[in-house]
Design a protein around this ligand. Structure first.
Ligand code: GLT
Ligand code: MN
Ligand code: MN
Length: 399
């Protein structure tokens, strides 16, 4: 356990903008078709354990910490007070809050259902979460729309449902503007999170790109307040390249927040620890984010394995995920500073020398080594990832 989860000191880990979700630490192993395997655990324990590990930021859904029936009541204020105390005494900050709009039966037809009372309740829930966010000092609010979609076709009119969904976000932004003035704080950054499948058969905003189009659709009253919280695995799930999805969000100025984990293409939402499946791709992702000075949080949205105990969650699962992230982040710095990659990149940009740009054969001949250099850069990155392995002797053949 020390070898795998003890790479960096808690002080070092706290230097990174890494946040730990309440729901990830308190996840009881109850994935679809699975009964819970772990005992429930509350925010006091989670915040204390995060602090010990060196995870300096904490994130939560409203109902991860406040029972649905208690929302907006006096009990909410009491719980928020206790959370503030737990954060303060452990030196942890709340960076993000999110509204659960997928678990309770009221969301069966999504937070943008036809019934006006469901939508009114949704708008109230979003505004209430924004309020909790201000009370806890959060900077971000995340929206995973959950069941915004359908099982059976034809009943839902997609354009109307999306208008209704926008109404909910508009209500959250308007409430935020008022609350921020009241609490003398900046407004939150509101971040949409896409997932291509689950928990509906068809999803109306299945990808980060769909959400970028939605933000720019004219339906939002404050599009400048709304950006993205892409999740690494959710982009893989539809078969996309996470790095390309992040690049498109960066170009749009909408990469506000990032959920980090790992998993497999075109499979369900397994939320495995970062770098355990696709370390090279992860290295590439972090090179992109470092090169573009991404300064937002890295939110550890992953699920510790089912048979892990609560002890294992904090002794192995979280520290290893944090340390894997830090190692890959630092390696990304090595890639950016690497003289070989630098030289190859410059050579690529310089082109193949003087050629008549209208002479296709001459241009092709002058750039014969373009893909050789691409390949060389890829080799170099793998070398940085795995170690140089120069001159190593392998006992393949018996002496
Ligand atoms: C849910 C989802 C996650 C989101 C959470 C935020 S809810 O667990 O699968 O990817 O980040 O609401
Ligand atoms: Mn997520
Ligand atoms: Mn996920």
């Amino acid at each position: 356990m020390q070898a795998c989860g003890g790479g960096y000191s808690p002080e070092t880990r706290r230097k990174y903008y890494i946040s730990g979700p309440q729901w990830a630490a308190a996840y009881q192993g109850q994935a679809l078709f699975h009964a819970p395997t772990r005992a429930p655990i509350g925010f006091e324990d989670v915040i204390r354990e995060f602090a010990k590990i060196g995870i300096g930021y904490w994130t939560t859904h409203d109902t991860d910490v406040i029972p649905t029936e208690a929302l907006g009541k006096e009990e909410q204020a009491n719980i928020v007070g206790r959370i503030r105390q737990a954060l303060e005494s452990n030196g942890v900050e709340c960076s993000m809050v999110t509204t659960e709009t997928f678990f309770h039966a009221v969301w069966a037809a999504s937070p943008a259902a036809e019934a006006p009372e469901v939508r009114q309740y949704a708008a109230w829930r979003l505004a209430n979460t924004v309020k909790i966010g201000h009370e806890l000092g959060a900077k971000f609010a995340v929206y995973w729309p959950g069941s915004l979609g359908y099982y059976t076709q034809g009943a839902i009119e997609e354009t109307q449902t999306l208008r209704w969904y926008a109404d909910g976000l508009n209500a959250a932004c308007e409430a935020d503007i008022e609350l921020a003035a009241k609490y003398k704080r900046p407004t939150l950054r509101h971040c949409l999170e896409a997932k291509p499948f689950e928990p509906q058969a068809e999803i109306l905003l299945p990808t980060s790109d769909a959400m970028l189009a939605f933000i720019a659709s004219g339906l939002l009253k404050h599009p400048e307040m709304v950006g993205l919280n892409p999740e690494y695995l959710h982009e893989l799930m539809w078969g996309g390249a996470p790095r390309a999805a992040l690049a498109r969000a960066l170009l749009a100025g909408k990469l506000f927040h990032f959920d980090i984990n790992d998993g497999y293409r075109l499979k369900h939402d397994v939320d495995i620890g970062i770098g355990l499946v696709n370390p090279l791709d992860w290295l590439n992702v972090l090179v992109l984010l470092r090169s573009h000075n991404y300064t937002g949080p890295f939110n550890l949205d992953y699920k510790p394995p089912r048979t892990t105990s609560n002890y294992g969650v904090f002794a192995v699962s979280f520290p290893t995920a944090v340390d894997r992230f830090i190692t890959l982040w630092e390696m990304a710095g090595d890639v950016i500073a690497d003289p070989v990659i630098h030289e190859a990149t410059e050579a690529l940009k310089a082109g193949g020398g003087p050629a008549d740009p209208l002479d296709v054969e001459a241009v092709t001949a002058a750039n014969r080594e373009l893909l050789t250099l691409h390949e060389l850069i890829a080799h170099r990155m793998v070398q940085i990832l795995l170690g140089p392995h120069r001159g190593r002797v392998y006992p393949v053949m018996p002496a």
